[in-house]
Design a binder for this molecule. Structure first.
Ligand code: GDD
Ligand code: MG
Length: 395
C-alpha cells in the first residue's frame, strides 16, 4: 500500500505519538519502488512486509449477540494468515447463540482452510485460570470474568499469547463491510512496520462514518470521539504547556498492540478501555509520574494513528449507549492523576451540557484491570494452552 510518511511526531517523555497518517492507496503493486521517484512524503509498504506482520498477529473479535451475518462478514475480511480469536459474551440460555457463532466460524474455516479460536468470556475455565494467575481484577461477584469489551480484549490477548502471537489487533464484530476489516488489519501491519520500538500501538481513524439522514451523509467525526479527543489533548497540553491536537483516536475501537506493550498496560472495563490506554501511557511513560517499566522507557513507546480509505459502518445503538461510552471515557481522563482542577471542571461542564451528568455530579471511577505483567500470566497462559483444543475451530 501507499501511506503518508509519519509527518510529525510529538514526544511526551518516552511516548512518541505520530500525527495521523493517511492511507493514499490500498495497494502498491508487486514491485518495490525506490522512494525518490516522485513519492516524497509517501511510503510504500510492500506485500511481503504486510504478510510478515499478519503471520505474527492475532485478530480478536469481541462479540455480544451480534447478527451472525455481520460476525461472519468480519471474520471473512481478516487476512488469511492472522489467527482469528472470537471472544463472545453472547447469550447461552434459550437460544445458545455462542454455539451458533462457533458453527458459523467452523463453516467459514472449513471452506477457507484456516484455523480460529472461539472462547466464551463466561467460560468457568477462563475464570479458574484467572484465579490461578491471581488476576482477581478480571472477575465479577459470581467468580466469572466480568462483562465488558475491555475484559473481552484481555481474554483475547491471553489466548493470543497462548498461541504464540506477537501482535494483537481488535476488530468489532458489528462491522458491515468485510473490505474495511481487511484494510484495518493491513493498516495495523503497515503501522507496526513503521514503528521503531517493540512497544508499539496502531490506532485506526475512520475516514468517514456515514449516517443515513435525508440521504447518505459521510460524517467525519462521531460525537463521542470529537469530545474525548479534545479533553485528552487538553490533559496533555496542561502538562506540557503547549496546546496540541495530536490525539485523533481516543476512542479507536479498531486498534492493535505489540504483545510487549499489551503486557505493561492496564485495561479499563467495558468501553473505557481505548481512552484509558492512552491515559495510562501518558501516566506511566509521559515523563511526569514515576514508572517501574525501565525497559519500555529505554525503548520508547510508538503510537501510530492511521486514517483509512474505507468508511466505517456499524450497528446504531442509540443515544443512551453513546452517553455511556462518553461518560466512561471522560471518566478515565477525569480520574487521572495528570488531570488538574481546570480540566476536571471543564469535563464536568461538558458532561452537564451533554445532559449526561446533573449539576454537582462528578463522573464515577471506572474499574481498571491490572496489566498482565502484574499477575502470574504464565499460569493463565498455561491453563489456556491446556484447553486450547476445546477453543479451536479447525478445518
Ligand atoms: N465479548 C464481548 N463482551 N463483546 C462485547 C461486550 C462484552 O461484554 N460488549 C460489547 N461487545 C462487542 C460488541 O458486540 C461489538 O462487537 C464490540 O464489542 C463493540 O461494541 P459496540 O456496542 O458495537 O460499541 P460501539 O460501536 O458503540 O463503540 C465502539 O466504537 C467506539 C469508538 O467509536 C467500541 O469499539 C468502543 O469501545 C469504541 O470506543
Ligand atoms: Mg459498534
Amino acid at each position: 500500500m501507499f501511506i503518508e510518511s509519519p509527518r510529525y511526531t510529538e514526544r511526551f517523555g518516552s511516548v512518541r505519538m505520530s500525527h495521523v497518517q493517511r492511507v493514499i492507496s490500498l495497494d502498491s503493486g508487486a514491485k518495490r519502488r525506490p522512494h525518490s521517484r516522485g513519492t516524497t512524503g509517501v511510503k510504500q509498504i510492500d506485500e511481503e512486509t504486510i504478510r510478515h506482520f499478519e503471520g505474527r498477529m492475532a485478530i480478536v473479535v469481541p462479540t455480544r449477540d451480534e447478527k451472525l451475518r455481520l460476525l461472519e462478514g468480519v471474520v471473512s475480511g481478516v487476512p488469511h494468515d492472522c489467527l482469528v480469536i472470537v471472544v463472545s459474551n453472547s447469550q447461552r440460555k434459550k437460544v445458545d447463540r455462542f454455539r451458533i457463532e462457533g458453527d458459523v466460524l467452523a463453516q467459514l474455516c472449513r471452506f477457507t482452510l484456516r484455523q480460529a479460536l472461539i472462547v466464551h468470556q463466561k467460560d468457568p475455565a477462563i475464570a479458574k485460570a484467572a484465579m490461578e494467575a491471581d488476576y482477581d481484577d478480571l472477575l465479577d461477584e459470581h467468580g466469572l470474568v466480568r462483562d465488558g469489551k475491555g475484559e473481552a480484549m484481555i481474554t483475547g490477548l491471553l489466548a493470543a499469547k497462548a498461541a504464540g502471537k506477537e501482535y494483537v489487533g481488535f476488530i468489532d464484530a458489528d462491522n458491515y463491510f468485510p473490505g474495511s476489516v481487511l484494510e484495518y488489519v493491513r493498516n495495523y501491519a503497515a503501522g507496526f512496520s513503521l514503528a521503531q520500538s517493540p512497544y508499539s500501538m496502531v490506532r485506526i481513524l475512520w475516514r468517514y462514518k456515514p449516517k443515513i439522514s435525508a440521504g447518505l451523509y459521510f460524517r467525519k467525526w462521531g460525537r463521542i470521539s470529537e469530545i474525548t479527543n479534545k479533553y485528552l489533548n487538553n490533559l496533555i497540553s496542561t502538562k506540557t504547556g503547549f496546546e496540541t491536537e495530536v490525539v485523533t483516536t481516543a476512542n479507536a475501537g479498531e486498534h492493535a498492540l505489540s504483545m510487549q506493550l499489551a503486557e505493561v498496560l492496564p485495561f479499563a472495563s467495558g468501553y473505557a478501555v481505548e481512552s484509558q490506554e492512552l491515559v495510562s501511557l501518558f501516566e506511566s511513560f509521559g515523563g511526569i509520574l514515576p514508572t517501574e517499566e525501565s525497559r519500555a522507557i529505554e525503548q520508547g513507546i510508538d503510537i501510530l494513528q492511521i486514517e483509512t480509505r474505507n468508511p466505517h459502518l456499524h450497528e446504531e445503538r442509540g443515544n443512551q449507549h453513546l452517553n455511556e461510552i462518553l461518560l466512561s471515557s471522560m471518566s478515565t481522563i477525569y480520574h487521572s492523576p495528570l488531570c488538574d482542577k481546570e480540566v476536571k471542571q471543564a469535563i464536568m461542564v461538558e458532561l452537564i451540557n451533554q445532559g449526561i451528568l446533573k449539576d454537582g455530579e462528578a463522573p464515577s471511577t471506572v474499574h481498571i484491570n491490572a496489566p498482565l505483567n502484574k499477575v502470574k500470566v504464565h499460569k493463565f497462559v498455561n491453563a489456556i494452552r491446556r484447553d486450547i483444543d476445546r477453543y479451536r475451530v479447525s478445518h
